[in-house]
Ligand binder design. Structure first.
Ligand code: HEM
Length: 121
């Protein structure tokens, strides 16, 4: 395994931000979940996601947004929606040439959040 933090393997904050910008554009355009992001301020969500990923991967950031349960409460989010979002994230990570092993580490970090994000079971 690498000595580098996951944050460093993602290329640092600027790289994460570029990827999150791409991710939010793709989320809005996705036929499965795009409607749920229709009213979302893309710039703000990308910024929140960047801080969240940066902090969670060991970077020098502090995510100050809502916890995942509060952020998604009141939305209709199914397992299929969650899986669709993960697929879109994989597309963005491929676009930015994130190595597959690093992608798997990011995904395994996000996977447990399904408990707080999925509202319809
Ligand atoms: C691991 C999966 C997910 C993570 C890490 C995540 C993360 C986040 C974060 C950080 C925010 C911003 C909270 C804030 O502004 O304080 C947010 C908001 C939101 N999320 Fe998620 N999310 C996930 C899954 C989903 C899914 C599956 C959907 C629906 C398909 C979804 C829909 C939304 C929407 C609509 C917002 C509100 C954006 C706005 O302010 O307009 N999220 N999410």
């Amino acid at each position: 395994s690498s000595e580098k933090s996951l944050y460093e393997q993602l290329g640092g904050k600027e790289s994460i931000r570029l990827m999150m910008d791409d991710f939010v554009v793709r989320l809005k355009a996705d036929p499965r979940i795009g409607d749920q992001f229709a009213a979302t301020d893309a710039e703000r969500l990308a910024s929140q996601l960047t801080d969240q990923v940066c902090e969670a991967t060991g970077g020098p950031c502090k995510y100050v947004g809502l916890d995942m349960k509060s952020a998604h409460a009141g939305m209709t989010i199914t397992k299929a929606h969650f899986n669709a979002l993960v697929e879109v994230l994989q597309t963005s990570m491929n676009q930015y040439k994130v190595p597959f092993d690093v992608q798997l580490e990011v995904l395994s970090m996000l996977a447990p959040m399904h408990r707080d994000v999925i509202t319809v079971r």
